[in-house]
Write a protein of this length. Structure first.
Length: 411
């Protein structure tokens, strides 16, 4: 069936474009009309252009794949895909409908290419594996397991639930950090304004009086003079420091040390650990329940933990399990996994209910994360107000003190 690149207008009068299979131009027009799109231009992609290494479709894919495609887009796609598969709609028809449904051109391109590969005989998992920026290793492995077991619809439902839980957790953590970040930015901005514009003017007043100033005022004036004269140097040092820190953190040694430091932080360290452990339990449970072998599942989980210290523990556990050891034993020996978690994993292994136990662990940690994040946010709000108020109060006091002394002298 020919592939057409089309342009048209929707019911709102907005121009839309995309790629779509159709028997001919008339069929394409009818199909688009059912979607509320009025065809204005259409050009057929030849078989050579579809198959060639330098085809416009592949060139577009190389440029746009992964750009602008978010986890939310993938989650919405997975939910819709699961619904269509549950309704026993053939795979190629599902992909055709989903590619038409995709709002982003980059995602539509990916889905059209996947549909084309599946139509040519490729498995869905292999076709998706060509787009790792959109469908990661975990996603592809679960799709392959679903295809091999004949339970793709069930796997897609599990995937949608998993992605939804990860997005909700991420959203809560980001939401909790928004307020402190805004307060810090505002505080730094206010201090820069005071140091660059306000304090230099007050300094001229003090210079005219030619009287000795209190130590606290001298310290403030020296600081303000440095900031107003070398603000560009401060910004340069900050940017250079951030760049060097990112480079150091990108090295295996730097990443390991930084992740170790994060785990040892008071209050925040426990939240970082809980997030990683929740991700470990939820991901491993989802993979195992979808039919992915244990050792393969541990390989995948290791890469998505987001913490090099815990990833090293999982890697060592993988090697020990391959030699015949249980899952719980090496995790317990590491000291990085809490005793309650390793105990529940051990019970799950013995009872043949490992996936169920891991799900329970994940739910438990997600609940604890919510409580800890809310408590930290509640603590940060008054703390930020005290810090900002204290800093501004220090500046005001340092300015008012010599003025008060001056007025006493006149009195």
């Amino acid at each position: 069936m020919p592939l057409y690149e089309y342009k048209g207008l929707n019911n709102a009068g907005k121009q839309v474009k995309g790629l779509k299979d159709a028997a001919n131009r008339a069929a394409l027009k009818d199909s688009l009309l059912k979607q509320g799109i009025y065809l204005s231009e259409a050009s057929e992609k030849s078989q050579a252009s579809k198959a060639g290494s330098d085809s416009p479709l592949k060139a577009l894919s190389k440029i746009q794949v992964g750009q602008g495609i978010t986890k939310q887009d993938v989650k919405d796609f997975t939910t819709q895909f699961a619904t269509l598969q549950k309704a026993a709609i053939p795979l190629v028809e599902c992909l055709n409908a989903l590619s038409d449904q995709a709002e982003k051109e980059s995602f539509r391109t990916v889905l059209v290419n996947i549909k084309q590969k599946v139509s040519e005989g490729s498995s869905l998992g292999n076709a998706m594996a060509d787009y790792p920026k959109v469908f990661d290793t975990l996603y592809v492995s679960m799709i392959r397991a679903g295809e091999s077991s004949g339970a793709l619809d069930i796997v897609l439902i599990r995937l949608a639930d998993f992605l939804d839980s990860q997005l909700r957790l991420r959203s809560k953590i980001i939401g909790a950090m928004v307020y402190p970040i805004i307060m810090i930015v505002i505080g730094i901005g206010l201090m820069m304004l005071l140091f660059i514009f306000v304090i230099p003017r007050v300094t001229k007043l003090f210079e005219q009086q030619r009287k000795p100033l209190p130590g606290i005022t001298k310290m403030l004036l020296v600081t303000a003079d440095f900031v107003s004269s070398f603000w560009w140097l401060i910004i340069l040092v900050f940017v250079a420091g951030a760049y060097l820190f990112r480079r150091w953190k990108s090295t295996p040694k730097g990443r390991f040390k930084w992740d170790t430091f994060k785990l040892k932080l008071p209050l925040l360290g426990s939240v970082v650990r809980m997030v990683a452990l929740s991700r470990f339990a939820k991901t491993l449970a989802t993979l195992l329940s979808s039919g992915v072998p244990l050792l393969k599942a541990l390989d995948i989980v290791k890469s998505i933990l987001g913490n090099a210290v815990l990833a090293k523990v999982v890697e060592q556990a993988h090697d020990n399990i391959r030699e015949g050891e249980s899952i719980a034993a090496p995790l317990k020996r590491s000291g990085e996994f809490p005793p309650l978690m390793t105990h529940m994993i051990s019970v799950g292994e013995r009872a043949g209910r490992l996936e169920e136990m891991l799900d329970s662990v994940a739910e438990n940690y997600e609940g604890q994360i919510n409580v800890r994040v809310e408590a930290m946010t509640a603590m940060l709000e008054p703390l930020m107000i005290v810090v900002m108020g204290g800093t501004i109060g220090f500046v005001v006091f340092a300015i008012l003190l010599p003025i008060m002394q001056l007025s006493d002298g006149f009195g």
